[in-house]
Design a protein around this ligand. Structure first.
Ligand code: FES
Length: 198
């Protein structure tokens, strides 16, 4: 919002400048302005937030979207899925999410704003493969409580994206900045804490 406001002011300012000088001045000034503004315009487009409607997302299911060219998963966890988080606690490398892989508002027992709704960047923190969803208990092996399995080198993550011990991935899956606009609408790429401070 603040950026849009600044951009509008800047555009108005630039329009005033260019209409206030002669045609030759416009031609001379146009090239530097265009070349200096293009990268930031591109960068804004590449990083634009994505609004996602999760109203139809059923409990136990995962929705995949793309943000900044990365896969982002939104998982609606059932109570059983949430209960599994505690049972695997001792097998995890960073169970309390002490390493910086999430915004502060997701550094909690469920790694999420709403307990049921988990948002993750779907890239393995080892070498960036996309892990497979193995959401159900027993889907990987008989002890499996549900989570994600990276087929490249065998890293395993639980249903909060927390990495297991003794696998190649060094950290939990990343939680991207996000916020809820309503019960069914999530905006990915906007951090509500930063917005509130702006
Ligand atoms: S990239 Fe996932 S384990 Fe290596």
């Amino acid at each position: 919002m603040a950026d849009e406001h600044v951009d509008k002011d800047r555009r108005r300012f630039l329009t005033g400048v260019t209409t206030g000088v002669g045609a030759a001045g416009v031609a001379a000034a146009a090239v530097p302005f265009v070349s200096s503004m293009t990268p930031s315009a591109k960068a804004r487009a590449a990083g634009a937030p994505v609004l996602v409607d999760i109203g139809d997302l059923e409990p136990g299911k995962l929705l995949k979207i793309e943000w900044r060219g990365k896969p982002v998963w939104i998982i609606k966890r059932t109570q059983e899925m949430l209960d599994s988080l505690e049972t695997v606690q001792d097998e995890l490398a960073d169970p309390d999410s002490d390493r910086e892989q999430q915004p502060q508002y997701a550094q909690n027992a469920t790694r999420s704003i709403e307990p049921e709704v988990l948002v993750l960047v779907g890239l393995c923190t080892h070498l960036g493969c996309s892990p497979l969803e193995k959401l159900k208990p027993g889907e990987l092996d008989s002890d499996w409580q549900g989570g994600f399995f990276c087929p490249c080198h065998g890293s395993k993550f639980d249903l909060a994206g927390r990495v297991y011990k003794n696998v190649p991935a060094p950290t939990n899956l990343e939680v991207p900045p996000h916020r809820f606009l309503s019960d069914s609408r999530v905006e990915i790429g906007v951090d509500s804490v930063e917005e509130d401070l702006a």
